[in-house]
Design a protein around this ligand. Structure first.
Ligand code: AHM
Ligand code: MG
Length: 355
């Protein structure tokens, strides 16, 4: 009897603890955060909820992609004779229509659209950048992919119709940013500039559950993440840094580990949790880098900086770059602060020397 009572009380104590921790949904968390700012209109909260909802629909389709034959190119038909939609276009449509519904976003810029997308609500005060499904080369092989978002205020609001120039704001002006990783579970991370919170989608109840508040990146890590296939066209400083990573390090008596998924969201998520560095440099093939400043590098830099990390293009902080075009590219060095500082030392030391 005694044993029973003891274990039962432990059970209930455990359950109470876990209820407190586990059952905070994304919706509740956003509302709690909003309530801390008495003047808040709730519009940003609504916008984050819209993105959260669209991402659940995308997650569902990503998970059944193989079954429903949703993979493939436009113009093909599936076994039901329906037009097959590429998953990245599907994700784009879901996110944009979620933002359209709530009428607080005036413009969307997405990797899937060459120009700006003006939404019906031209008075809406938010501009949203999207990479609806990043890492698309991984879709067909069942490797993690992700969605990225970055939110700005439209200012100044003199003109009745929003213009592309309104969207050309440096990353430091982001009011919120985040990503959704469709991996072994679906994880959502976002920041509004007050730290980074992490949520995991519980598919059985269809809710994102808070898994970590105020996550911090390790100050130093032992993983480097770069597409080493381009080694021959890197700057000398970067080559030397990667060789340094491959040396035996005094603290661990082993070299750093190389990990490269080829989906930026997944590589950044690992970097956030385990520390280390992710690099996509400029190269002969990509003289300005491959990754997009506005909907890949800025939002992920905002997340990493809010977790205590750093992000630079090799010369300056990513989030301070003044954008000239909505789809512009940039090199990026991002991750644990000590790793980013170290690669900068190498780049600086060898900058004058030819490759
Ligand atoms: P995408 O937007 O066309 O999917 O390209 C971006 C992706 C990133 O997720 C990833 O880090 C990078 O491209 C991988 O590029 P590479 O194959 O050149 O290493
Ligand atoms: Mg992309």
């Amino acid at each position: 009897m005694y044993i029973y009572q003891k274990s039962a009380s432990n059970y209930f104590a455990d359950m109470t603890n876990s209820l407190d921790e586990r059952l905070v949904t994304l919706e509740e968390f956003i509302i709690q955060a909003q309530n801390r700012f008495p003047g808040a209109t709730g519009e940003l909260s609504q916008l984050l909820r819209d993105i959260g909802l669209a991402s659940k629909i995308i997650s569902r389709e990503v998970n059944k992609a193989g079954i429903t034959n949703i993979l493939g190119n436009d113009g093909t038909t599936n076994i039901h004779g329906e037009a097959v939609k590429r998953l990245d276009l599907f994700a784009d449509e879901q996110l944009i229509s979620a933002l359209e519904r709530s009428q607080i976003t005036c413009m969307v810029i997405s990797e899937e659209n060459d120009g700006i997308v003006r939404l019906r609500s031209q008075g809406g005060k938010y501009i949203v950048y999207l990479d609806p499904l990043d890492g698309s080369s991984n879709i067909d092989v069942n490797v993690s992919i992700g969605s990225i978002f970055s939110i700005y205020m439209r200012e100044p609001r003199y003109e009745p119709t929003v213009k592309e120039e309104d969207a050309l704001q440096p990353g430091v002006r982001q009011v919120a940013a985040g990503y959704v990783l469709y991996g072994s579970s679906t994880t959502l991370a976002y920041t509004t500039g007050l730290g980074v919170s992490l949520f995991t989608l519980d598919p059985s109840i269809g809710e994102y559950i808070l898994t970590k508040r105020k996550i911090t990146i390790p100050t130093k890590g032992t993983i480097y993440s770069i597409n080493e296939g381009s080694y021959n066209s890197w700057d000398l400083g970067l080559k030397k840094y990667i060789k340094y990573c491959q040396e035996e390090h005094a603290e661990t008596k082993r070299p750093y580990s190389a990990r490269y998924i080829g989906s930026m969201v997944a590589d950044i998520h690992r970097t956030l949790i385990k520390g280390g560095i992710f690099i996509y440099p400029h190269s002969k093939r990509y003289p300005k880098g491959k990754l997009r400043l506005m909907y890949e590098c800025n939002p992920l830099s905002f997340i990493i900086e809010q977790a205590g990390g750093k992000a630079t293009n090799g010369e300056r902080r990513i989030m301070e770059i003044e954008p000239l075009a909505i789809h512009e590219r940039t090199p990026i060095y991002i991750g644990s602060p000590e790793n980013v500082d170290r690669v900068m030392e190498f780049l600086y030391e060898y900058q004058e020397q030819a490759v």
